[in-house]
Write a protein that binds this ligand. Structure first.
Ligand code: SF4
Length: 211
């Protein structure tokens, strides 16, 4: 996985389309000058068959490390499960997951992990460009309802036709399969909304569409 390559649709580091989030980045920069504190670029390359879309960078996770799902519990859960399925291996620098593309619906960390509606809308064109630049894409895994909606809108689908449901696979007009899963956030895993078995089943189901 080439994590330093600028994939199409990577937001500029000084993106100011969301004034609240840009101000939050500046605030975090003053507090933690060694953190990334910028839109988090996607991880992966143009040959990916599977894209995983999360909600937004965790403040102390991806916003700190600059890599999606790196540095927090949600990332440990995601990459740990991908490793169990033979889709990722740990390296000294993070995780290697060939064939995978990992991104977020909103590229900047929002206060309280809660992006506003306008912010989700603002970042959608970046996600659309990222997914459009994956010619071998077969499956998009949406982690949570915000990612589900963002992924559908990014590929030009109509929301009312596809209702979010954990473990539900939606065939989109483009032929890409959208697989829903509850987000692997610590909140969801601590409350039991998402168990390791549930998460593994949703991710494992994507393998059927790989060929
Ligand atoms: S969330 Fe997306 S659109 Fe908004 S400022 Fe960050 S990169 Fe720009």
């Amino acid at each position: 996985m080439t994590d330093e390559t600028l994939h199409p649709g990577t937001p500029p580091k000084d993106c100011a389309l969301c004034p609240r989030l840009a101000a939050y980045r500046t605030e975090q920069m003053a507090r933690h000058s060694g953190w990334w504190n910028a839109p988090v670029p996607p991880l992966g390359d143009a040959s990916a068959w599977l894209a995983i879309v999360g909600l937004a960078p965790g403040l102390k996770g991806a916003n700190r490390t600059g890599k999606p799902f790196h540095g927090d519990e949600a990332g440990k859960m995601l990459f740990g499960m991908l490793a169990e399925l033979g889709l990722a291996t740990e390296t000294p620098d993070g995780w290697d997951a060939p064939g995978l593309f990992i991104t977020n619906a909103v590229a900047c960390a929002p206060p309280g992990n809660l992006p506003e509606t306008a912010e989700k809308h603002n970042c959608r064109s970046f996600l659309a460009e990222q997914l459009a630049a994956l010619p071998a894409l077969k499956v998009v895994v949406a982690l949570g309802e915000t990612a589900h909606q963002a992924a559908i809108k990014a590929v030009g689908g109509k929301l009312p036709k596809y209702r979010f449901g954990h473990g539900v696979a939606h065939k989109l007009p483009s032929g890409v399969v959208l697989m829903d899963s509850y987000h692997c956030s610590r909140l969801n895993t601590n409350t039991g909304l998402l168990t390791p078995d549930m998460f593994k089943a949703a991710l494992e189901a994507t393998l059927a569409y790989r060929a």
